[in-house]
Design a binder for this molecule. Structure first.
Ligand SMILES: [Zn+2]
Length: 458
Protein backbone atom coordinates (compact mmCIF):
# COMPACT_ATOMS: atom_id res chain seq x y z
CA UNK A 1 0.00 0.00 0.00
CA UNK A 2 1.49 3.23 -1.20
CA UNK A 3 0.15 5.47 1.56
CA UNK A 4 1.56 3.28 4.31
CA UNK A 5 4.93 3.07 2.61
CA UNK A 6 4.94 6.84 2.18
CA UNK A 7 4.42 7.30 5.92
CA UNK A 8 6.74 4.51 7.11
CA UNK A 9 9.49 3.98 4.51
CA UNK A 10 12.47 3.68 6.90
CA UNK A 11 12.97 -0.09 6.80
CA UNK A 12 12.01 -2.46 3.97
CA UNK A 13 12.05 -6.23 4.37
CA UNK A 14 12.71 -7.98 1.06
CA UNK A 15 12.59 -11.63 0.08
CA UNK A 16 11.16 -14.05 -2.45
CA UNK A 17 8.84 -16.97 -1.91
CA UNK A 18 8.55 -19.96 -4.21
CA UNK A 19 6.27 -22.72 -5.42
CA UNK A 20 3.09 -20.61 -5.35
CA UNK A 21 2.73 -20.48 -9.13
CA UNK A 22 2.56 -23.31 -11.64
CA UNK A 23 5.03 -21.39 -13.78
CA UNK A 24 7.46 -21.70 -10.82
CA UNK A 25 8.36 -18.03 -10.93
CA UNK A 26 9.37 -16.44 -7.63
CA UNK A 27 6.99 -14.06 -5.86
CA UNK A 28 9.03 -11.16 -4.53
CA UNK A 29 7.61 -9.30 -1.53
CA UNK A 30 8.58 -5.93 -0.05
CA UNK A 31 7.16 -5.22 3.39
CA UNK A 32 7.35 -2.34 5.89
CA UNK A 33 6.62 -1.79 9.61
CA UNK A 34 4.15 0.93 10.57
CA UNK A 35 4.10 3.10 13.69
CA UNK A 36 2.06 0.56 15.62
CA UNK A 37 4.41 -2.33 14.84
CA UNK A 38 2.09 -3.73 12.15
CA UNK A 39 3.52 -5.19 8.94
CA UNK A 40 2.30 -3.75 5.65
CA UNK A 41 2.95 -4.93 2.12
CA UNK A 42 4.71 -2.25 0.07
CA UNK A 43 4.98 -4.19 -3.21
CA UNK A 44 4.69 -7.67 -4.68
CA UNK A 45 6.54 -8.65 -7.85
CA UNK A 46 6.23 -11.78 -9.95
CA UNK A 47 9.66 -12.08 -11.50
CA UNK A 48 10.74 -14.34 -14.34
CA UNK A 49 13.93 -15.09 -12.44
CA UNK A 50 16.24 -13.55 -9.86
CA UNK A 51 18.99 -12.47 -12.20
CA UNK A 52 20.55 -9.03 -11.91
CA UNK A 53 18.57 -7.41 -14.74
CA UNK A 54 15.23 -8.70 -13.48
CA UNK A 55 15.82 -7.57 -9.90
CA UNK A 56 17.04 -4.24 -11.21
CA UNK A 57 13.76 -3.76 -13.09
CA UNK A 58 11.78 -4.68 -9.98
CA UNK A 59 13.56 -2.29 -7.61
CA UNK A 60 13.70 0.51 -10.17
CA UNK A 61 9.97 0.22 -10.83
CA UNK A 62 9.34 0.22 -7.10
CA UNK A 63 11.52 3.31 -6.71
CA UNK A 64 9.81 5.10 -9.59
CA UNK A 65 6.35 4.47 -8.18
CA UNK A 66 7.32 5.28 -4.62
CA UNK A 67 9.26 8.56 -4.29
CA UNK A 68 9.25 8.05 -0.50
CA UNK A 69 11.84 5.30 -1.07
CA UNK A 70 14.46 8.04 -0.96
CA UNK A 71 13.78 7.97 2.81
CA UNK A 72 14.41 4.24 3.15
CA UNK A 73 17.41 3.81 5.44
CA UNK A 74 17.51 0.04 5.73
CA UNK A 75 16.80 -3.01 3.58
CA UNK A 76 16.74 -6.40 5.27
CA UNK A 77 17.41 -9.37 2.98
CA UNK A 78 19.02 -12.79 2.91
CA UNK A 79 22.61 -13.11 1.68
CA UNK A 80 21.79 -13.24 -2.01
CA UNK A 81 24.55 -11.35 -3.81
CA UNK A 82 22.47 -10.29 -6.83
CA UNK A 83 19.74 -8.80 -4.71
CA UNK A 84 22.14 -6.99 -2.42
CA UNK A 85 24.13 -5.57 -5.31
CA UNK A 86 21.00 -4.30 -7.08
CA UNK A 87 19.68 -2.65 -3.90
CA UNK A 88 23.06 -1.07 -3.31
CA UNK A 89 23.16 0.33 -6.86
CA UNK A 90 19.63 1.73 -6.76
CA UNK A 91 19.56 2.88 -3.13
CA UNK A 92 23.22 3.79 -2.47
CA UNK A 93 22.44 5.62 0.77
CA UNK A 94 20.49 2.76 2.35
CA UNK A 95 22.13 0.15 4.57
CA UNK A 96 21.59 -3.50 3.72
CA UNK A 97 21.22 -5.83 6.68
CA UNK A 98 21.29 -9.61 6.50
CA UNK A 99 18.49 -11.42 8.30
CA UNK A 100 20.05 -13.17 11.31
CA UNK A 101 18.31 -16.44 10.55
CA UNK A 102 19.62 -16.43 6.98
CA UNK A 103 23.15 -15.51 8.14
CA UNK A 104 23.25 -18.51 10.48
CA UNK A 105 21.71 -20.79 7.86
CA UNK A 106 24.16 -19.73 5.16
CA UNK A 107 27.16 -20.26 7.45
CA UNK A 108 25.89 -23.69 8.51
CA UNK A 109 25.47 -24.69 4.86
CA UNK A 110 28.91 -23.50 3.80
CA UNK A 111 31.00 -24.68 6.75
CA UNK A 112 30.95 -28.41 6.13
CA UNK A 113 33.63 -31.09 6.22
CA UNK A 114 33.03 -31.89 2.54
CA UNK A 115 33.16 -28.34 1.24
CA UNK A 116 36.16 -27.17 3.24
CA UNK A 117 38.01 -30.42 4.01
CA UNK A 118 37.93 -29.88 7.78
CA UNK A 119 37.31 -32.24 10.70
CA UNK A 120 33.88 -32.46 12.39
CA UNK A 121 35.40 -30.93 15.52
CA UNK A 122 36.78 -27.95 13.58
CA UNK A 123 33.44 -27.52 11.87
CA UNK A 124 31.50 -27.57 15.14
CA UNK A 125 33.88 -25.18 16.91
CA UNK A 126 33.69 -22.75 13.99
CA UNK A 127 29.91 -22.82 13.96
CA UNK A 128 29.70 -22.16 17.70
CA UNK A 129 32.00 -19.18 17.40
CA UNK A 130 30.15 -17.82 14.37
CA UNK A 131 26.96 -17.81 16.38
CA UNK A 132 28.71 -15.89 19.17
CA UNK A 133 30.04 -13.42 16.60
CA UNK A 134 26.47 -12.91 15.35
CA UNK A 135 25.31 -11.87 18.80
CA UNK A 136 28.22 -9.50 19.54
CA UNK A 137 27.07 -6.22 21.04
CA UNK A 138 29.72 -4.04 19.43
CA UNK A 139 32.96 -3.91 17.44
CA UNK A 140 35.12 -4.46 20.52
CA UNK A 141 33.33 -7.66 21.49
CA UNK A 142 33.38 -8.78 17.87
CA UNK A 143 37.16 -8.25 17.58
CA UNK A 144 37.84 -10.35 20.69
CA UNK A 145 35.79 -13.22 19.29
CA UNK A 146 37.37 -12.78 15.87
CA UNK A 147 40.83 -13.15 17.46
CA UNK A 148 39.62 -16.35 19.12
CA UNK A 149 38.40 -17.65 15.78
CA UNK A 150 41.77 -16.92 14.21
CA UNK A 151 43.53 -18.80 17.01
CA UNK A 152 41.94 -22.17 16.22
CA UNK A 153 40.07 -22.10 12.92
CA UNK A 154 41.71 -23.87 9.96
CA UNK A 155 42.92 -21.72 7.06
CA UNK A 156 39.99 -22.80 4.86
CA UNK A 157 37.46 -21.52 7.40
CA UNK A 158 39.34 -18.24 7.85
CA UNK A 159 39.59 -17.76 4.08
CA UNK A 160 35.86 -18.27 3.70
CA UNK A 161 35.07 -16.07 6.69
CA UNK A 162 37.43 -13.25 5.70
CA UNK A 163 36.11 -13.23 2.16
CA UNK A 164 32.39 -13.45 2.87
CA UNK A 165 31.61 -12.18 6.37
CA UNK A 166 34.35 -10.14 8.05
CA UNK A 167 34.24 -7.12 5.67
CA UNK A 168 30.45 -6.77 5.98
CA UNK A 169 30.13 -7.35 9.74
CA UNK A 170 28.04 -4.18 10.09
CA UNK A 171 25.35 -5.97 8.13
CA UNK A 172 24.93 -9.11 10.24
CA UNK A 173 26.45 -8.65 13.74
CA UNK A 174 23.34 -7.94 15.81
CA UNK A 175 24.80 -5.20 18.00
CA UNK A 176 26.07 -3.35 14.93
CA UNK A 177 22.85 -3.70 12.92
CA UNK A 178 21.05 -1.63 15.56
CA UNK A 179 23.08 1.38 14.39
CA UNK A 180 21.14 1.32 11.14
CA UNK A 181 17.86 1.99 12.97
CA UNK A 182 16.24 -1.39 12.30
CA UNK A 183 13.58 -0.96 15.01
CA UNK A 184 14.95 -4.06 16.76
CA UNK A 185 14.17 -6.29 13.77
CA UNK A 186 16.96 -8.85 13.54
CA UNK A 187 15.26 -11.25 11.14
CA UNK A 188 12.86 -11.23 8.21
CA UNK A 189 10.25 -12.93 10.38
CA UNK A 190 7.62 -10.34 9.47
CA UNK A 191 8.03 -11.35 5.86
CA UNK A 192 8.13 -15.06 6.61
CA UNK A 193 4.89 -14.65 8.51
CA UNK A 194 3.23 -13.02 5.49
CA UNK A 195 4.58 -15.70 3.16
CA UNK A 196 3.21 -18.32 5.55
CA UNK A 197 -0.23 -16.73 5.28
CA UNK A 198 0.02 -16.68 1.48
CA UNK A 199 0.86 -20.37 1.47
CA UNK A 200 -1.96 -21.23 3.81
CA UNK A 201 -4.47 -19.71 1.40
CA UNK A 202 -2.91 -20.15 -2.05
CA UNK A 203 -2.38 -23.74 -3.16
CA UNK A 204 1.10 -24.68 -4.33
CA UNK A 205 1.61 -24.28 -8.07
CA UNK A 206 -1.63 -22.34 -8.66
CA UNK A 207 -2.28 -20.81 -12.05
CA UNK A 208 -2.11 -17.02 -12.38
CA UNK A 209 -5.85 -16.47 -12.07
CA UNK A 210 -6.14 -18.54 -8.89
CA UNK A 211 -3.06 -16.86 -7.51
CA UNK A 212 -4.37 -13.33 -7.99
CA UNK A 213 -7.86 -14.15 -6.73
CA UNK A 214 -6.50 -15.59 -3.51
CA UNK A 215 -3.73 -13.02 -3.15
CA UNK A 216 -6.33 -10.29 -2.94
CA UNK A 217 -8.30 -12.32 -0.42
CA UNK A 218 -5.19 -12.50 1.80
CA UNK A 219 -4.48 -8.79 1.36
CA UNK A 220 -8.07 -7.89 2.14
CA UNK A 221 -8.03 -9.97 5.33
CA UNK A 222 -4.74 -8.42 6.44
CA UNK A 223 -6.10 -4.92 5.78
CA UNK A 224 -9.21 -5.62 7.83
CA UNK A 225 -7.06 -6.91 10.68
CA UNK A 226 -4.74 -3.90 10.45
CA UNK A 227 -7.59 -1.37 10.23
CA UNK A 228 -9.29 -2.93 13.20
CA UNK A 229 -6.10 -2.58 15.26
CA UNK A 230 -5.77 1.02 14.11
CA UNK A 231 -9.31 1.85 15.17
CA UNK A 232 -8.61 0.12 18.46
CA UNK A 233 -6.08 2.86 19.16
CA UNK A 234 -8.72 5.56 19.37
CA UNK A 235 -11.73 3.54 20.40
CA UNK A 236 -10.35 1.42 23.22
CA UNK A 237 -8.35 2.73 26.08
CA UNK A 238 -5.98 1.09 28.47
CA UNK A 239 -6.87 -1.79 30.62
CA UNK A 240 -3.88 -1.37 32.86
CA UNK A 241 -3.30 1.27 35.46
CA UNK A 242 -0.51 3.77 34.99
CA UNK A 243 2.16 3.81 37.65
CA UNK A 244 2.60 7.56 37.38
CA UNK A 245 1.81 10.66 35.33
CA UNK A 246 4.85 10.17 33.07
CA UNK A 247 3.58 6.79 31.93
CA UNK A 248 0.21 8.30 31.18
CA UNK A 249 1.79 11.15 29.19
CA UNK A 250 3.78 8.70 27.08
CA UNK A 251 0.68 6.60 26.59
CA UNK A 252 -1.16 9.61 25.19
CA UNK A 253 1.81 10.44 22.96
CA UNK A 254 2.70 7.03 21.50
CA UNK A 255 0.97 4.13 19.75
CA UNK A 256 0.19 1.17 22.04
CA UNK A 257 2.92 -0.97 20.45
CA UNK A 258 5.51 1.73 21.12
CA UNK A 259 4.23 2.53 24.56
CA UNK A 260 4.83 -1.07 25.68
CA UNK A 261 8.53 -0.68 24.83
CA UNK A 262 8.78 2.66 26.57
CA UNK A 263 6.99 1.48 29.67
CA UNK A 264 9.55 -1.30 30.10
CA UNK A 265 12.41 1.18 29.74
CA UNK A 266 10.81 3.48 32.32
CA UNK A 267 10.43 0.62 34.75
CA UNK A 268 13.97 -0.65 34.14
CA UNK A 269 15.62 2.68 34.89
CA UNK A 270 15.75 1.65 38.56
CA UNK A 271 18.20 -1.13 37.58
CA UNK A 272 20.72 1.42 36.27
CA UNK A 273 23.28 2.48 38.83
CA UNK A 274 25.23 5.10 36.89
CA UNK A 275 24.07 6.27 33.48
CA UNK A 276 26.66 7.16 30.86
CA UNK A 277 24.10 8.64 28.46
CA UNK A 278 23.15 12.28 28.04
CA UNK A 279 19.62 13.48 28.78
CA UNK A 280 18.84 13.36 25.02
CA UNK A 281 20.75 10.44 23.53
CA UNK A 282 22.46 7.17 24.35
CA UNK A 283 24.77 4.63 22.76
CA UNK A 284 22.70 1.59 23.80
CA UNK A 285 21.01 -0.76 21.33
CA UNK A 286 17.47 0.28 22.24
CA UNK A 287 18.03 3.99 21.62
CA UNK A 288 20.07 3.47 18.45
CA UNK A 289 17.56 1.05 16.99
CA UNK A 290 14.20 2.45 18.10
CA UNK A 291 14.97 6.18 18.34
CA UNK A 292 13.09 6.34 21.61
CA UNK A 293 14.30 7.30 25.11
CA UNK A 294 15.92 4.38 26.91
CA UNK A 295 16.35 3.43 30.57
CA UNK A 296 19.77 5.16 30.63
CA UNK A 297 18.32 8.46 29.43
CA UNK A 298 15.53 8.21 32.00
CA UNK A 299 18.09 7.56 34.74
CA UNK A 300 20.19 10.51 33.62
CA UNK A 301 17.17 12.81 33.54
CA UNK A 302 16.13 11.61 36.97
CA UNK A 303 19.60 12.33 38.34
CA UNK A 304 19.51 15.80 36.82
CA UNK A 305 15.97 16.46 38.08
CA UNK A 306 14.66 16.86 34.53
CA UNK A 307 11.17 15.78 33.53
CA UNK A 308 11.11 12.15 32.40
CA UNK A 309 8.55 13.09 29.77
CA UNK A 310 10.18 14.63 26.72
CA UNK A 311 8.40 14.10 23.39
CA UNK A 312 11.33 15.55 21.45
CA UNK A 313 13.37 12.38 22.10
CA UNK A 314 10.69 10.18 20.52
CA UNK A 315 10.82 9.66 16.75
CA UNK A 316 7.67 11.09 15.19
CA UNK A 317 6.87 7.79 13.42
CA UNK A 318 5.87 6.25 16.75
CA UNK A 319 3.38 8.92 17.80
CA UNK A 320 -0.40 8.48 17.81
CA UNK A 321 -0.96 11.72 15.95
CA UNK A 322 1.39 10.77 13.13
CA UNK A 323 -0.13 7.30 12.94
CA UNK A 324 -3.72 8.44 12.83
CA UNK A 325 -2.98 11.20 10.31
CA UNK A 326 -1.18 8.83 7.97
CA UNK A 327 -3.45 5.81 8.32
CA UNK A 328 -5.96 5.26 5.55
CA UNK A 329 -8.68 4.12 7.91
CA UNK A 330 -8.84 7.57 9.52
CA UNK A 331 -9.13 9.47 6.25
CA UNK A 332 -12.88 9.69 6.53
CA UNK A 333 -12.79 10.77 10.16
CA UNK A 334 -12.47 14.37 11.17
CA UNK A 335 -9.41 15.52 13.02
CA UNK A 336 -11.44 16.06 16.16
CA UNK A 337 -12.26 12.40 16.27
CA UNK A 338 -8.65 11.28 16.10
CA UNK A 339 -6.83 13.91 18.14
CA UNK A 340 -5.50 12.17 21.22
CA UNK A 341 -5.82 15.24 23.34
CA UNK A 342 -9.58 15.26 22.87
CA UNK A 343 -9.99 11.83 24.38
CA UNK A 344 -10.24 10.86 27.99
CA UNK A 345 -8.52 7.88 29.48
CA UNK A 346 -10.48 5.41 31.51
CA UNK A 347 -9.11 2.69 33.73
CA UNK A 348 -10.77 -0.64 33.18
CA UNK A 349 -10.56 -3.99 34.93
CA UNK A 350 -8.06 -6.60 33.92
CA UNK A 351 -7.70 -7.30 30.22
CA UNK A 352 -9.33 -10.43 28.88
CA UNK A 353 -7.09 -13.03 27.29
CA UNK A 354 -7.29 -12.58 23.55
CA UNK A 355 -7.14 -15.36 20.97
CA UNK A 356 -3.67 -16.01 19.59
CA UNK A 357 -3.06 -16.06 15.85
CA UNK A 358 -1.60 -19.23 14.37
CA UNK A 359 1.75 -17.46 13.99
CA UNK A 360 1.75 -16.44 17.66
CA UNK A 361 0.88 -19.99 18.66
CA UNK A 362 3.72 -21.27 16.50
CA UNK A 363 6.23 -18.91 18.07
CA UNK A 364 5.10 -19.74 21.58
CA UNK A 365 5.15 -23.48 20.88
CA UNK A 366 8.64 -23.08 19.37
CA UNK A 367 9.95 -21.78 22.69
CA UNK A 368 8.85 -24.98 24.37
CA UNK A 369 10.14 -27.28 21.64
CA UNK A 370 13.52 -25.51 21.81
CA UNK A 371 13.59 -26.05 25.57
CA UNK A 372 12.82 -29.74 25.05
CA UNK A 373 15.69 -30.00 22.56
CA UNK A 374 18.04 -28.31 25.02
CA UNK A 375 17.13 -30.75 27.78
CA UNK A 376 17.35 -33.80 25.52
CA UNK A 377 20.78 -32.79 24.28
CA UNK A 378 22.16 -33.11 27.82
CA UNK A 379 20.70 -36.45 28.96
CA UNK A 380 22.31 -39.89 28.72
CA UNK A 381 21.84 -42.06 25.64
CA UNK A 382 19.36 -44.38 27.38
CA UNK A 383 17.29 -41.51 28.67
CA UNK A 384 17.42 -39.80 25.30
CA UNK A 385 15.92 -42.75 23.43
CA UNK A 386 13.26 -43.29 26.09
CA UNK A 387 12.24 -39.63 26.02
CA UNK A 388 12.17 -39.54 22.23
CA UNK A 389 9.72 -42.47 22.30
CA UNK A 390 7.58 -40.49 24.76
CA UNK A 391 7.66 -37.48 22.46
CA UNK A 392 6.67 -39.63 19.48
CA UNK A 393 3.66 -40.85 21.44
CA UNK A 394 2.61 -37.27 22.23
CA UNK A 395 3.08 -36.17 18.61
CA UNK A 396 1.09 -39.15 17.30
CA UNK A 397 -1.79 -38.44 19.66
CA UNK A 398 -1.94 -34.73 18.87
CA UNK A 399 -1.55 -35.28 15.14
CA UNK A 400 -4.56 -37.61 15.27
CA UNK A 401 -6.54 -35.21 17.43
CA UNK A 402 -6.47 -37.50 20.44
CA UNK A 403 -6.13 -36.25 24.00
CA UNK A 404 -3.73 -37.84 26.43
CA UNK A 405 -2.93 -37.36 30.08
CA UNK A 406 0.59 -37.29 31.44
CA UNK A 407 1.28 -38.82 34.82
CA UNK A 408 4.32 -37.88 36.84
CA UNK A 409 6.31 -40.49 38.70
CA UNK A 410 5.90 -39.58 42.35
CA UNK A 411 9.56 -38.86 43.08
CA UNK A 412 9.76 -36.35 40.27
CA UNK A 413 6.96 -34.04 41.35
CA UNK A 414 9.41 -31.74 43.07
CA UNK A 415 11.07 -30.77 39.77
CA UNK A 416 7.88 -29.50 38.14
CA UNK A 417 8.73 -25.84 38.49
CA UNK A 418 12.26 -26.10 37.14
CA UNK A 419 11.33 -25.81 33.50
CA UNK A 420 9.00 -22.87 33.37
CA UNK A 421 9.88 -20.72 30.38
CA UNK A 422 9.94 -16.97 30.74
CA UNK A 423 7.64 -15.81 27.98
CA UNK A 424 8.05 -12.08 28.45
CA UNK A 425 11.39 -11.59 26.72
CA UNK A 426 13.25 -8.32 27.04
CA UNK A 427 14.15 -7.35 23.50
CA UNK A 428 17.59 -6.03 24.38
CA UNK A 429 18.53 -9.16 26.25
CA UNK A 430 16.95 -11.64 23.90
CA UNK A 431 19.63 -13.99 22.63
CA UNK A 432 18.02 -16.71 20.55
CA UNK A 433 17.32 -16.37 16.87
CA UNK A 434 13.61 -16.48 16.24
CA UNK A 435 12.28 -19.47 14.34
CA UNK A 436 10.97 -18.95 10.87
CA UNK A 437 7.46 -20.07 10.17
CA UNK A 438 8.30 -21.40 6.80
CA UNK A 439 11.75 -22.13 5.49
CA UNK A 440 11.98 -21.50 1.80
CA UNK A 441 13.74 -23.83 -0.52
CA UNK A 442 15.09 -22.22 -3.56
CA UNK A 443 13.47 -23.64 -6.61
CA UNK A 444 13.95 -21.53 -9.64
CA UNK A 445 14.32 -24.28 -12.20
CA UNK A 446 12.66 -23.94 -15.56
CA UNK A 447 11.85 -20.30 -15.11
CA UNK A 448 14.00 -18.84 -17.84
CA UNK A 449 11.34 -19.48 -20.48
CA UNK A 450 8.79 -17.23 -18.89
CA UNK A 451 9.07 -13.82 -20.37
CA UNK A 452 6.46 -11.82 -18.52
CA UNK A 453 6.98 -10.14 -15.17
CA UNK A 454 4.48 -8.48 -12.94
CA UNK A 455 4.65 -5.88 -10.26
CA UNK A 456 1.94 -5.05 -7.82
CA UNK A 457 2.33 -1.86 -5.92
CA UNK A 458 -0.64 -1.75 -3.65
ZN1 LIG B 1 20.47 3.75 26.57
Amino acid sequence: MKTVFEAFPEIVFADATYKLLDSRIPVFVLLVEDGNGQSEIAAIGLLVNELHETLKWFFQTFQKNNPASMNTNVFMTDKDMNERKVINDIFPDAKILICLFHALRTFHREITCDKLGITPQERDQSKVLFEKLCYSDNEEEYQKLYDTLKSFAPAQVMDYFNKNWHPIRNEWVVGMTYNAGNFLNRTNNRLESFNGKLKSVIDSFSNLQEFFEKLFVVLKCLRIERDSKALHIVQKWPTTKFLNAVEEQYFRLLTPYTFDFLKKQLQQKSTIVESTSTDQSCSCAFFRSMKLPCKHIFKKREQESLSLFDPTICDNRWTRNYYTKSHVVFNTLSNDQVQCSSLSITHQPEQRTRCLTSHEKFRKASMYSTKISEILSTVSNDQFHRKIEQLKLIINCWANNKELSIKLLEDDICVLNDYIIEEEVDVEEEVDVEEEVDVEEEDTADIANYKEAYLLNI
